[in-house]
Design a protein around this ligand. Structure first.
Ligand code: 8YV
Length: 318
C-alpha cells in the first residue's frame, strides 16, 4: 500500500516489532501498551480510534471498548480471544477478528514435544547431566508412550492436530468436548470420566470464564499418580494451586505447561519442582508462524477498512 490509510489504531498488547513496522506504513498508531500516561493518551486520541490491535494475553475490556465511540474493529494477534471482551464488542457492533489456523501446527508440535518430554523426563535428564550427576549415577527411569491413553480436553484445531501427531506415536486417543465431533476417537461424557481413563491429559480448549479452573484437584486425582497433565492452551483453565499440589504431592506423575495464570509470572513454588516442564508461552513462537500471524492481522484490518468481511472467532474452536 502506498499511502497511509487514515485510520487510527490503538495497540493494547506487546506486538512483534516487524508487525508494528508494517502497521505503521498503513495506519496512524497509538501505543497504549507502552504509554507512560495511558489516560492522557486516551483523552487525546480516543475519539479518533477506529481499530484496536490486541494480543492473546492482553485485549480490550468493556470500559475501554465502550469509551472508544468510533471503534469498528479489534484485530487480535492470537487465536485465543479470551483477553478481549467479545460480548462488549459485539453488542456495540464492533468486529472482533483473530489469527486461527496459521499457528495450529506449531502449538500442536509443542504439545507433542511436551507429551514426550514429561513421561520420558527429558528436562530432568538434561538438568541431571548439566549438574554433573551422571558421574554419580543413573537417574530414575521414565515412562514409555506406545499404547498409553491420551485424553484431549477440547478437540478443536489444536486438539485435532495433536491427535494426528499422537496417532504416529501409538497413543490410544480419547477426548472430551462440549461440541459433538465426528471423529474416530473415543468420546467421553465428562472431563472426570476422561481423566480417570487417561494416562496423559492434554488441555486444548479455549480460555475465558467458561473454562476457568476446569482442571481442578478432583480432575488431578482422577488422572491419578501415574498420570501426566499437558497444557498449551491457557493458564486460567488449570487451577494453579491444585497443579502445584498435584505435582509436589505426586498426586500425578508429572506435568508440562506453556501457559500460566498470571503471565509472565510462573509460580515460584514450581521453580525447583523436578516433575514439571515449564516454558514461557512459546507454543506459536517461531519466525514463520509469528510472520503468518502478523500477515493475518494486517489482512484482516485491510479487508475491514476496504469494506469486506473478516473471519470472526467461533467459540470452542481454538
Ligand atoms: C501468542 C496465543 O503467544 O494465539 C494465541 O492465542 O496465546 C499465542 O499464540 C499470543 O497470543 C501472542 O499475542
Amino acid at each position: 500500500m502506498d499511502a497511509k490509510n487514515s485510520a487510527e489504531l490503538l495497540l493494547v498488547a506487546f506486538l512483534p516489532p516487524f508487525l508494528v513496522e508494517d502497521l505503521e506504513k498503513e495506519y496512524v498508531l497509538h501505543d497504549l501498551f507502552h504509554a507512560e500516561e495511558p489516560e492522557a493518551l486516551l483523552a487525546e486520541v480516543g475519539s479518533r480510534v477506529r481499530g484496536i490491535v490486541a494480543g492473546g494475553m492482553k485485549g480490550p475490556d468493556a470500559p475501554l471498548i465502550n469509551r472508544l465511540e468510533n471503534l469498528e474493529i479489534i484485530s487480535s494477534f492470537s487465536v485465543g480471544f479470551d483477553a478481549t471482551d467479545v460480548v462488549a464488542a459485539q453488542s456495540r457492533g464492533v468486529v472482533v477478528t483473530h489469527t486461527p489456523d496459521v499457528l495450529t501446527d506449531d502449538v500442536a508440535d509443542l504439545g507433542m514435544a511436551f507429551i514426550i518430554m514429561a513421561p520420558r523426563r527429558i528436562a530432568e535428564a538434561e538438568r541431571h547431566l548439566r549438574a554433573g550427576k551422571w558421574l554419580q549415577g543413573r537417574m530414575d527411569l521414565g515412562t514409555n508412550l506406545r499404547g498409553k491413553k491420551l485424553g484431549i480436553v477440547g478437540l478443536g484445531r489444536v486438539g485435532s492436530a495433536l491427535a494426528r501427531r499422537a496417532e504416529g506415536f501409538g497413543l490410544d486417543i480419547g477426548f472430551y468436548d462440549i461440541v459433538p465431533k465426528d471423529v474416530p476417537y473415543r468420546s467421553y461424557p465428562s472431563l472426570i470420566a476422561l481423566a480417570e481413563d487417561s494416562d496423559i491429559l492434554f488441555v486444548s480448549c479455549q480460555g475465558g470464564d467458561s473454562t476457568r479452573g476446569l482442571i481442578d484437584l478432583p480432575v488431578f486425582d482422577a488422572l491419578g499418580p501415574a498420570g501426566f497433565l499437558v497444557n498449551v492452551a491457557r493458564g486460567t483453565i488449570v487451577d494453579e494451586d491444585a497443579l502445584i499440589a498435584a505435582v509436589q504431592e505426586k498426586r500425578i506423575a508429572g506435568a508440562a505447561v506453556d501457559v500460566f495464570r498470571d503471565e509472565p509470572n510462573a509460580p515460584e513454588a514450581l521453580m525447583t519442582t523436578e516433575n514439571i516442564v515449564m516454558t514461557p508461552h512459546i507454543a506459536s513462537s517461531t519466525h514463520e508462524t509469528r510472520r503468518a500471524m502478523a500477515d493475518l492481522v494486517l489482512a484482516n484490518l485491510r479487508a475491514h477498512f476496504a469494506g469486506q468481511p473478516v473471519p470472526t472467532p467461533v467459540p470452542d474452536q481454538r
